[in-house]
Design a protein around this ligand. Structure first.
Ligand SMILES: [Zn+2]
Length: 405
């Protein structure tokens, strides 16, 4: 089990980071408040010291003092604030993350086409490459650690240092984000993947359920930056869900919160790979829909073709889309009634959810959610960009970096 070891580079006036955590100038650990401040600046910057004080519920002198330390360390920079009005004179100066301070790596493990992405402090993708992964956890860790030195060299010293690695897995991860408890897709049980990766790469690593990485990406760098209560549902080869509650990712007692794929939507439905019957996964996942379409005699190879047939009023295609979208809508209704989120973001990870499916989901939710709850609730649909899972995994590394030690 030999793996290339990535040597963190130095950046700025001191060694700011080692394999065990973030260090301040001279090796002192950044405290929780400083980490929270770096996260707020990375997420909302450029941000004024006054707004930062409000966001963090600190006094302005306290923020000014903390900012001075972080500016000296090179982790943040001063930057002109964007003007919203017609005011004259010099622009005010705010704080933003230093994109040259460092970056995060993210790796997806669960899809056919895996890749590795490097993402900066502001969530911008610096580089992304395909990464073929073997089946064994040790092999996966070796491959990740082996890819990083070359990618870091390609980025150059100006990009700063690799600050952490996030790895997404399809399955159950322990609440500490170190061990993959179970992944049916990878056939892994109790695999300490975070430690395997960290030991080989020489920087902190974290693993997370893929839906959790998607929600974290939306919170740190996506459309949910200003929201504390929201859910992200990923729909594609599988169906996943993760929620932020009160500003924190909610993973549940066993790390299994959001396992909506196996909510029963039809007790007499098709057998599911989990052993139950009629789970949401058997109705609305990509594989389930393709199988049902073929069994119905529809000659299609891609999911998008079902919607095309439905648009021409093909009754079987219409029924398939209606079954999948209304089942998903009913599950969203349950999420809304249980958690009362500000928004639910449905991410189409295979780019196959058309207007009809979206309209049925919206209609189902509008019909079944209590009106007083649905008035302030926002249902959004997005199509996952290329590299969605690896970029989301990198967000998880950023989340770990910003989180309190
Ligand atoms: Zn199931």
């Amino acid at each position: 089990m030999t793996g290339a070891r990535h040597k963190p580079t130095r950046n700025g006036p001191g060694q700011l980071f080692d394999a065990t955590g973030l260090c301040g100038e001279g090796g002192a650990m950044l405290n929780d408040t400083q980490r929270a401040m770096v996260q707020a600046i990375a997420t909302h910057g450029p941000i004024s010291r006054t707004d930062l004080a409000q966001t963090l519920e600190l006094s302005k002198p306290a923020v000014t003092g903390l900012a001075k330390t972080l500016l000296q360390s090179g982790i943040i920079l001063e930057a002109p604030l964007t003007r919203t009005g017609p005011r004259q004179g010099r622009p005010s100066i705010g704080l933003c993350a230093n994109p040259r301070f460092g970056y995060f790596a993210g790796v997806s493990t669960a899809r056919e086409k895996n890749d590795i992405a490097l993402v900066d402090f502001a969530g911008r993708v610096l580089m992304r490459k395909p990464l073929s992964l073997p089946a064994t956890p040790e092999g996966v860790a070796d491959r990740i650690a082996g890819a990083l030195p070359g990618m870091s060299a390609e980025l150059g010293a100006g990009a700063g240092q690799l600050l952490g690695i996030g790895v997404s897995v399809s399955g159950l991860v322990d609440p500490g984000n170190r061990i993959c408890r179970h992944s049916a897709l990878l056939d892994w049980h109790d695999v300490p993947l975070a430690d395997l990766v960290s030991a080989r790469a020489g920087v902190p690593a974290i693993i997370a359920n893929d839906a959790n990485t998607a929600a974290t990406g939306e919170k740190l760098f996506g459309s949910a930056r200003e929201e504390d209560d929201f859910a992200v549902i990923t729909v594609g080869d599988g169906i996943g869900c993760a929620s932020f509650l009160g500003g924190k990712l909610y993973t549940g007692h066993n790390g299994g919160a959001g396992e909506i794929a196996h909510i029963t939507v039809d007790p007499n439905g098709r057998p599911c790979r989990c052993g139950k019957r009629g789970c949401l996964d058997t109705v609305a996942s990509r594989g389930a829909m393709l199988t049902a379409a073929q069994e119905a005699g529809l000659t299609i190879t891609e999911l998008g073709q079902i919607e095309q047939l439905a648009a021409r009023r093909d009754p079987q295609a219409l029924e398939l889309i209606h079954n999948a979208a209304s089942a998903l809508g009913m599950v969203i209704m349950q999420i809304v009634h249980i958690h009362d989120p500000k928004s639910v973001i449905v991410v189409d990870t295979v780019g196959a959810m058309g207007h009809m499916a979206r309209a049925i989901i919206r209609q189902t939710v509008a019909t079944h959610v209590l009106p007083e709850m649905s008035r302030s609730f926002d249902l959004r649909f997005t199509v996952a960009p290329e590299g969605f899972w690896s970029i989301s995994a990198a967000s998880m590394a950023a989340h770990q970096f910003f989180a309190a030690a």
